[in-house]
Design a protein around this ligand. Structure first.
Ligand code: MN3
Length: 205
């Protein structure tokens, strides 16, 4: 399992003005790093536990020793979710998805705009800390938009995440304060649709 902080594929100020450099740096070097540190500390309590990949760990949390299961759920989820989050953003991103994902979004939600509206509503209505997700429901193969609390990962709910929006206050408070809807609106300008499409293809192909 990769238990080191992944490098960002762009600089901390690359997503300006939509996401500010200070937030990106603290989010990456402090928050994400802390999830990794706490995950390592939890797993060290059970050296006998044959740790699978992070993904497999989150897919089936029931294999995790009981006394560290919550720590693994929170911090393993934090590590996985943030690793995905950095990669589905890029400078000069945004626009609309093309290719198979674009087609599937239209098939499922009617138009890109209605998809966006449902996603925004979900992101705004996460109570407290959590994420909004676009995932594939593994049981049906359908696209699904949902909100999850804390660092829960769609992986633990029989879903495969394609993209997620971190709506913890630490993701936006320095620049947007209490105005989560403004942060959500700005975020659409930095989505890396090529990567979301790649995540989609990895599931369907
Ligand atoms: Mn975060």
């Amino acid at each position: 399992m990769q238990l080191t902080l992944p490098s960002l594929p762009y600089s901390y100020d690359a997503l300006e003005p939509y996401i500010d450099a200070q937030t990106m740096e603290i989010h990456h070097t402090k928050h994400h790093q802390t999830y990794i540190n706490n995950l390592i500390a939890a797993l060290e309590k059970h050296p006998e536990f044959d740790t699978p990949s992070l993904q497999d760990l989150l897919i089936d949390l029931s294999t995790v020793p009981h006394d560290i299961r919550t720590a693994v759920r929170n911090n393993g989820g934090g590590h996985f979710n943030h690793s995905l989050f950095w990669n589905i953003m890029k400078p000069n991103g945004g626009g609309k998805p093309h290719g198979k994902l674009g087609e599937e979004i239209k098939k499922t939600f009617g138009t890109f705009e209605s998809f966006q509206e449902i996603f925004n509503t979900q992101a705004k209505s996460v109570f407290g800390s959590g994420w909004a997700w676009l995932s594939i429901d593994n049981a049906t193969g359908n696209l699904i938009i949902g909100g999850l609390s804390n660092q829960d990962s769609p992986l633990s709910y029989n879903q495969t995440p394609l993209m997620g929006l971190d709506v913890w206050e630490h993701a936006y408070y320095l620049k947007y304060q209490n105005k989560r809807p403004d942060y959500i609106a700005a975020w659409w300008h930095v989505i890396n649709w090529d990567m979301v499409e790649e995540n989609y293809r990895a599931v369907i192909e």
